[in-house]
Design a protein around this ligand. Structure first.
Ligand code: G16
Length: 544
């Protein structure tokens, strides 16, 4: 086959963020933009020759066109096998699993996750390494540096590939496999959870459920697993057909964007359990009849109940959470004498801990949790964990959560996001916060005495790599915290995230409404960062 070398000029904005490169579709469609990035990825890897690569995306606009380009570049760079999800579709955790299952060299996931999709919206791409997890910082830095100096890329001159039919064929000596997107992943889930128990609970009516796929990738996975394999009634999965624009919605599973589900669950006649996932299927939101489980609480409850799940019945080695995630899981770890790690935001930071078996479960406040079965967060895994738990404990979501708070106390938690803030203002806010930090020690603000005020830096306990400037945190003697961070996944201006957390051992903790309970901390956060004052805004864009 003929391999062409195409001359191009570098772009200077291809620095991967928290999870890969995310930009507006129009930017990805600029001449050679996508190709430059993909070639930069391959140039940064040791040697692609003779290796296997997994390819798939969340089905958003540009997924198919991008895949055809990537296939040609991958073949030109010497890959000998491409494993591609049928229709170009694979969820992020399914990519992670396929890489591990097939001992592939890596994979490319085409997704901008929870960001909206469509011609005028976002596209994204990220590389996952051979453990199935997101490329570590060392590699993403190398990719960015390469993208700044790239002058050409390689392209195999081949016909457009039919992505819609499951098949295995060769293009000269390159093996192409178009695989069912769901089968291998669903099989993995049956190895982890007690499907018979869940099925029985569903059949007997003990569990009724609604799953919102938000017109994104989990639709086909959820229909297969919940409706076909576990016997949930047809229609239990809503918005189950992946659409290029996610139906015009924002495929972010939170109470604001999954409003249809939230309304269902906070009204009479709600099912026992509900959940939603995001664009690429790695996030999860857990709801019960009249209760929302914060992702931080969900992680803590999973850690405290792991023994009820077949895959973890023999015990877990440790747990980890991202720094802004509430300290609820720390309390469980302490009670169970488990190692507990605090990492920067971004799933890539869990990779080494999972690979070296320092942890089994991990999670983030940003609606992500998972275990050592893959190296990505996994939305449907979390849903199955909860279904298994409800079936095993024969209790409602509310009973499970309230019992947990009774035993461990409650970390009342909320995140306030200010989206599309002018980047210059956002940077000034952080300069201001950095100046403030040294003046805060031991200061008293009402009921709050500052115990530490710093900028989080992380030393990976496995490879000793250091990641600096990972968020500003102000901790108080009563265990409360305020954390400030700039998002690494937005595509317009800057998104300032304020994470608020207050610990309560009060037996009435379950009656507290988070925004009310956190009101004094919310005021204090504004006093520190002055976002309202500096932007003229009166409220956060999204509160979760
Ligand atoms: C990505 C990462 C997560 C991270 C999240 C939030 O999620 O995979 O590990 O917690 O971004 O990032 P930020 O606060 O920087 O926006 P996803 O679901 O977007 O891939």
């Amino acid at each position: 086959m003929n391999i062409k070398t195409i001359t191009s000029t570098p772009y200077n904005d291809q620095k991967p963020g928290t999870s890969g490169l995310r930009k507006k579709v129009a930017i990805f469609k600029k001449p050679h933009y996508l190709a430059n990035f993909v070639q930069s990825v391959f140039d940064s890897l040791d040697n692609c020759h003779g290796k296997s690569l997994v390819l798939g995306g969340d089905g958003r606009y540009y997924n198919r066109d991008a895949l055809q380009i990537i296939i040609k570049i991958a073949i030109a760079n010497g890959f000998k096998e491409l494993i591609i999800g049928q229709g170009g579709l694979l969820s992020t955790p399914a990519v992670s699993h396929l890489i591990r299952l097939n001992k592939a060299y890596g994979g490319l996931v085409l997704s901008a996750s929870h960001n909206p999709g469509g011609e005028t919206e976002d596209f994204g791409i990220k590389y996952n390494i051979d453990n199935g997890g997101p490329a570590p910082e060392k590699l993403t830095d190398a990719i960015f540096n390469r993208s700044l100096e790239i002058t050409n890329y390689k392209l195999a001159e081949i016909e457009t590939i039919d992505l819609d039919t499951q098949a295995q064929f060769k293009i000269e000596d390159v093996n192409i496999r178009i695989v069912d997107s769901v089968t291998d992943y669903a099989q993995l889930m049956t190895n982890l959870f007690d499907f018979e128990l869940i099925k029985h609970a569903i059949n007997s009516g003990t569990i009724t459920l609604c799953f919102d796929a938000m017109h994104a990738i989990t639709g086909p996975y959820a229909k297969r697993i919940f409706e076909q394999m576990l016997g949930a009634s047809e229609g239990s999965v809503i918005n189950g057909i992946p659409l290029e624009d996610f139906g015009g919605g924002h495929p972010d599973p939170n109470l604001v964007h999954a409003k249809e589900l939230a309304t269902l669950m906070f009204n009479d006649g709600a099912p026992v359990f509900a959940a939603a996932s995001d664009g690429d299927g790695d996030r999860n939101m857990i709801l019960g009849d009249n209760i929302f489980v914060t992702p931080s609480d969900s992680l803590a409850i999973m850690a405290a109940n792991a023994q009820h799940i077949p895959a973890y019945a023999d015990g877990i080695s440790g747990v980890a959470r991202s720094m802004p995630t509430s300290q609820a899981v720390d309390r469980v770890a302490k009670a169970y004498n488990l190692p507990c790690f605090e990492t920067p935001t971004g799933w890539k930071f869990f990779g080494n801990l999972l690979d070296s078996d320092k942890i089994t479960l991990c999670g983030e406040e940003s609606f992500g949790s998972s275990s050592n079965h893959v190296r990505e967060k996994d939305g449907l895994w979390a849903v199955l964990f909860w279904l298994n738990l409800i079936a095993k404990r024969k209790q409602s979501v509310m009973e499970i959560v309230h019992e947990h708070w009774k035993e461990f106390g409650r970390d009342i938690y909320s995140r306030h996001d200010y989206e599309a803030v002018d980047s210059e203002i956002a940077n000034k806010i952080f300069d201001h916060l950095r100046e403030l930090l040294p003046t805060l020690s031991d200061k008293i603000f009402g009921d709050y005495v500052v115990s530490y005020a710093d900028e989080f830096s992380y030393k990976d306990p496995v490879d000793q790599s250091i990641s600096e400037q990972q968020g500003i945190r102000i901790g108080f003697e009563n265990g409360s915290r305020i954390v400030f961070r700039l998002s690494g996944t937005g595509t317009v201006g800057a998104t300032l995230r304020i994470y608020l957390e207050k610990f309560s051992k009060d037996s009435n903790a379950h009656q507290q409404e988070p925004q009310q309970a956190l009101a004094d901390l919310i005021d204090l956060a504004e006093q520190f960062c002055e976002i309202k004052q500096r932007t003229g805004r009166t409220e956060a864009t999204v509160i979760t």
